[in-house]
Design a protein around this ligand. Sequence first.
Ligand SMILES: [Fe+2]
Length: 298
Amino acid sequence: MSEYDSGNPLGAGVAADAMKYVIDQGWDNYTEEEHETWRLLYARQRTLMPGRACKEFLQNMDALGIGDQQIPRFTELNKKLKALTGWEIVAVEGLIPDAPFFQLLADRKFPAGSFIRRRDQMDYLEEPDVFHDVFGHAPMLAHPVFADYIQAYGQGGLRAMNEGVITNLTRLYWYTVEFGLMKTDEGLRIYGAGILSSPGETVFAADSDSPNKIGFNLKRVMQTKYKIDDFQTSYFVIDSFDDLFKQTYQDFGPIYADLKAAPMKYAPGDVLPDDVVLQRGTGVYAAEAAERKKQAQG
Ligand SMILES: [Fe+2]
């Protein structure tokens, strides 16, 4: 993404516009029940993480002082986060459009939902809440290399908007920032926020023999569709954060040209002849999920 380092191809107005989406967290307005929801989510998730989450994630969670008792105050969290990597969490109201989203990331501001899910949504909700955004994302924003990676992603996103390749770039974010796995000396470990804020997917991604686990390949990932409403059928595995940054810190122009010339779209469960396959999934979970869907519709 190096070609996107300086300036903003969409114009200076976008930077100012992005800040219009930032709201006050309204910490004083959280109810005791909402803090209790945080406690329940935190306790459940934390017990699942040893041996499944990467050690950088767990270390940074402690370094940031993300506590188990109440929804963190962004102002307090940001003091530590800014000191570590210059990032900060900013509250936004729900999902925001692409341009301000990319702009905030390019400015090292991570847009976070300030609301917390209801008790009947403990296992899944589509819109990111404060548990997903803070518990899931803040620890990796405190990692120096990953911090640079997400900023570069924001810068690349601004350019991609002009090129009509947002979908491809979104897949990169999805399969790394949200659902990434990494090789470590102890075995594969999770670093993706979408997995680590979901108890079901934490266990599934780490322990199940159903999903594919495939070595990360930039262009391949950009061509692969994903599921937004169920566990992933394939996970992509990076060698290290340094390697992820190295693979993505490049001029995407030639890749975009290739993708436009041959917009190959792989299904989530496809395994290709050139893939480095770390686990060839049985696909049992995905097949059962498809069957359930069919019956529900039929
Ligand atoms: Fe997220």
